[in-house]
Design a protein around this ligand. Structure first.
Ligand code: NDP
Length: 419
């Protein structure tokens, strides 16, 4: 069995107590949303909009979308608004003129937003850029709803150790991990046999390998069930996203790779299941709507009234399941391999995938080349003796930067190679 995780206490699955969740009855809880202008940010703000009396917004952040950030900051009376692009400070100040919202710009301002006192922080910046801000929230022992899976994929062991040390409470916001979080409390660590995370299979679930190879950006962006940001939608089409989630589950719940299974479930109604030793399988179900897991994180340890549609299983009629196809979706196998390799390999996996997805969006490589670039980068990284234990955020960021450079240098030869 793997080591006990931050979320396992003694024998029972439970989250670290909310040290900063001091709001008493009738008192508003303070919240910060990192990545407020994105898809997860939008769902979070929607939930906050529906419960104005219970939450007060401390800080909101964006990368460059000043208009949307300023609109939200005005609407919620945020105390602080930060834009990561340092050139946008003047624009942000102008957009918030006449309000009491303080403004900041640059990476340090996003980190400052996370470090300001808020009981609850949504970590929903996309990509590895989310790591330092999330750590700033973790370090002050906040309750951190973690949507940014890259924090765990890039710096998993280290991130969870920091959370444990600071007494931070990590609430899994990704739908599959939130499902596992809810189901795991039905038993203890010794009784756990395996966890199962489901995958819709994406838009290419039933496509032939040759067609997947040639898929266009428009086709990759047509997710059958979920409405999400561009990067994660492409990752869902390649099943790289499921690979990232396997890695995320391993670090979040201290599970060995063999204890994590993926099951294709095209309806996206069951999000995660846990099998226990008595052969009971406990599942969490819900409509494919990110506001459901986010509402669970927002209300935790209680439950709030969510705005999402109620589940009508009779109307859905059928829930179906398939084994994942590791041949047509090689990214999933690469994720398991990187997890088993460890010593920074998952960081390289993530960085190379980010480079590959950006190259695919820019029309530089075919869809099928995304996995080939990731594989070539990891192999090259291992061959040149770069695997090493990551013991700090700077270690993880150095590997991330190095792997991006390596992937970028391999890009031309991958682009030229046909499948
Ligand atoms: P989006 O691309 O929709 O939004 C990303 C947010 O992060 C935006 O607010 C963006 O600002 C901001 N941002 C981007 N780059 C930077 C940067 N360098 N520094 C600071 N802020 C930045 O992404 P999603 O909401 O889809 O995803 C966010 C995270 O949640 C990802 O890690 C994803 O894997 C994860 N996730 C998403 C799910 C979903 O349903 N969307 C489901 C489960 C997990 P701006 O608007 O200015 O660009």
């Amino acid at each position: 069995m793997a080591l006990a995780a931050v979320l396992w206490f003694g024998e029972t699955m439970s989250a670290v107590p909310l040290r900063n969740n001091k709001a008493g009855v009738g008192e508003a809880r303070t919240v910060t949303v990192l990545g407020a202008t994105g898809s997860i940010g939008d769902s979070t703000m929607d939930l906050l909009r529906g419960a104005r009396d219970r939450y007060r917004v401390e800080a909101l952040t964006a990368n460059s979308n000043v208009d949307a950030l300023a609109r939200l900051a005005r609407e919620f009376g945020a105390r602080f608004a930060a834009v990561a692009d340092p050139a946008r400070l003047g624009e942000l100040k102008q957009a918030l003129a006449g309000t009491s919202t303080e403004c900041g710009a640059g990476e340090s301002a996003v980190i400052e937003a996370a470090a300001r006192p808020a009981d609850w922080v949504m970590a929903a910046v996309s990509g590895a850029a989310g790591l330092k801000p999330a750590l700033a929230a973790v370090d002050r022992g906040a309750a951190v709803a973690l949507a940014n899976k890259e924090c765990l994929v890039c710096a998993g062991d280290f991130f969870m150790q920091r959370a444990a040390k600071a007494g931070a409470c990590i609430l899994p916001a990704d739908s599959e991990h939130n499902a596992l979080f809810q189901a795991l409390s039905s038993g203890n660590r010794e009784e756990l046999v395996r966890v199962i995370i489901t995958a819709s299979g994406g838009p290419f679930r039933s496509w032939a390998a040759a067609d997947i190879e040639q898929a266009t950006l428009a086709q990759a962006l047509k997710h059958p069930n979920w409405s999400m940001g561009q990067k994660i939608t492409i990752d869902s089409a390649s099943m790289m996203n499921k690979g990232l989630e396997v890695i995320e589950a391993s670090y979040l719940f201290a599970l060995a790779p063999d204890e994590i299974n993926v099951l294709v479930h095209p309806q996206s109604i069951i999000h995660g299941m846990v099998e226990f030793s008595d052969r009971s399988v406990v599942a969490q179900l819900g409509a494919p709507d990110m506001r459901i897991p986010i509402a669970h994180c927002l209300g935790w340890p209680d439950r709030i009234v969510g705005p999402s549609a109620r589940l009508d299983l009779a109307k859905i009629g059928q829930l179906t399941f398939e084994e994942p196809d590791f041949e047509r979706f090689p990214g999933l196998q690469l994720a398991y391999d990187a997890l088993r390799t460890g010593r920074g390999a998952t960081t390289v996996f993530n960085a190379a995938n980010e480079v590959a997805v950006a190259a695919f969006i820019a029309g530089q490589i075919r869809f099928g080349a995304i996995a080939r670039l990731v594989e070539a980068t990891i192999n090259d990284w291992i061959r040149t003796g770069n695997l090493a234990l990551l013991t700090s955020a700077d270690d993880a960021i150095a590997v991330d930067h190095g792997a991006r450079k390596r992937a970028t240098s391999l890009l031309p030869q991958i682009a030229l190679k046909a499948s």
